[in-house]
Write a protein that binds this ligand. Structure first.
Ligand code: NAG
Ligand code: NAG
Ligand code: NAG
Ligand code: NAG
Length: 451
């Protein structure tokens, strides 16, 4: 599912990269000729932020430009400067190789920032928490080479800006990105939208609460904070944000399949007999003689959600997680990343921003689970990667079951499946780095006189 979307995206990205290569090549050449004067002349109070995002699939660099009020400005007609290369995963045994990759991206990013602004331009890197699966020693080595590289950069480096990004924080930044692009930042919390995103290891739920609700939130132990204050432009938001493990696209497959290891499962395509591998564990996956079945697969998914887990406070969603108390900040729900891909693979989300009912996800799941053969599945879901195809029934059942049985949303609720948002006449893909950059320029802690 998401992987399929991701694969398609990466093909597209490759093509774009290929095309960009020529444009960037010539633009860079031009810039070298004229220096950076063009950009420098355009606004003395501009602020730039350079954000690296390294995840399971790629390493991206984003450069954003803001005015003095933290409004996003364009860079060469685009809302961001963007470049992409491979994930840290390909460098598990070769941190120096990863350093070289980051150095190449960094050089390109630096060339976009006017020389005089470089010393006050924050340089940050957030690694998806999947990095931790490489083991403590390896993940530390990977982060260390980045520290060493960033320290030498002409941009502004702070040790706390090179981190493994906790899922809840990533969710909060994505919330900032989406609400900013929708024009909600600056409005009351009740006008903002909730964001639920699915990554590979976790699903992340984020929404804004009233100051009163935040003040009355139950107390949790340290390291288990559900609410944090986020300052965006001129407004403080109290965000409930939680990373639901193990409910990312791949993690949840493992969670469901562990119960049927070596026995029949009703969650995969008829005739499938294979292995699912996740973080060093192998799960033997054998389809039931009658193939996939919506109801029977759903029962397995329900079990994996741990709906009965002990809830230490009132109002849990599933797996013993506090639901945040609800409220106006969750009246409108945006589904992103893996949840978007699930919609687009079956065409229920035909556009990069589509309104649909949660029931549409159920309809799609039933259709996918009823398929009787691999060939039929391929005809129904032509865009899904063949390696991922056998798991489609499971993936789709999970999306609907998590939303309705897990989070308790009304099946008739209208939601928006989002991949891109139009902003200032341009299209922007929704990802967490913009939200992170926005928070940095919204606080004044990166101004030269504060350092
Ligand atoms: C699945 O069963 C096989 C034995 O057939 C075992 O080797 C493997 O560790 C099991 N996988 C998990 C995740 O328990
Ligand atoms: C979960 O709760 C339901 C209803 O309260 C109960 O019937 C069921 O046995 C419980 N399941 C587990 C695994 O505890
Ligand atoms: C639980 O939900 C009720 C009703 O929505 C609400 O009044 C209460 O504050 C919530 N409590 C917690 C701890 O979320
Ligand atoms: C800016 O920084 C000063 C202290 O350096 C602080 O008192 C002030 O609240 C900050 N303003 C904002 C908007 O963060």
């Amino acid at each position: 599912m998401a992987k399929a979307g991701v694969t398609r995206t990466s093909l597209l990205a490759l093509l774009l990269l290929f095309l960009l290569h020529f444009c960037v090549g010539s633009v860079t050449a031009l810039r070298q000729k004229v220096g950076n004067q063009g950009q420098e002349a355009s606004g003395g109070n501009d602020r730039y932020v350079v954000v690296f995002n390294t995840g399971t699939l790629h390493t991206d660099v984003h450069v954003f430009r803001f005015d003095e009020n933290a409004n996003l400005l364009k860079i060469d007609d685009k809302l961001e400067f963007f470049e992409q290369d491979s994930s840290f995963k390909s460098y598990a045994e070769n941190p120096e190789g990863f350093a070289n990759l980051v150095a190449t991206l960094l050089k390109k990013a630096v060339s976009v920032v006017p020389t005089s602004l470089q010393p006050e331009t924050p340089l940050i890197l957030g690694a998806e928490d999947e990095l931790l699966f490489l083991g403590e020693e390896m993940s530390e080595k990977i982060l260390q080479v980045v520290h060493d590289l960033f320290k030498k950069s002409s941009l502004l480096y702070k040790p706390e800006w090179v981190t493994v990004l906790p899922a809840a924080k990533q969710g909060a930044y994505l919330w900032g990105t989406i609400n900013y692009l929708l024009g909600n930042v600056g409005s009351d919390y009740s006008k903002t939208v909730a964001v639920l995103a699915q990554e590979s290891a976790s699903a992340q739920m984020t929404y804004a609460l009233s100051a009163k609700a935040a003040a009355n939130a139950p107390m949790f132990s340290k390291g288990e904070q559900y609410i944090a204050m986020h300052y965006l432009q001129e407004t403080n938001y109290y965000l409930y944000s939680h990373g639901y493990f193990p409910y990312g696209v791949y993690a949840l497959r493992a969670e469901v399949l562990k119960y049927t290891n070596d026995t029949y499962t009703y969650c995969v395509t008829n005739g499938y007999n294979g292995q699912f591998k996740y973080h060093g564990e192998a799960y033997n996956v054998i389809s039931a003689p009658t193939g996939s079945n919506y109801e029977k697969c759903k029962a397995n998914v329900i079990r994996a959600l741990h709906l009965n887990a002990t809830c230490r406070v009132k109002n849990c969603t599933f797996n013993g997680v506090w639901n945040g108390g609800g409220g106006a900040g969750v009246d409108k729900l945006y589904l992103a990343r893996g949840f978007y891909d699930a919609g687009s693979d079956t065409n229920i989300a035909g556009k990069p921003s589509t309104e649909l009912r949660l029931l549409d996800y159920q309809k799609a799941a039933k259709m996918v689970c009823e398929v009787k053969s691999f060939e039929e599945a391929h005809i129904l879901l032509p865009v899904v990667d063949l390696v991922e195809l056998p798991y489609s029934c499971l993936d789709f059942v999970f999306v609907y079951t998590m939303l309705v049985d897990g989070f308790g949303f009304d099946p008739k609720m209208m939601v928006t499946a989002v991949k891109e948002v139009e902003y200032a006449g341009s299209i922007m893909t929704v990802q967490w780095p913009l939200g992170a950059a926005l928070e940095l320029v919204s606080s004044n802690n990166t101004r030269k006189n504060d350092i």
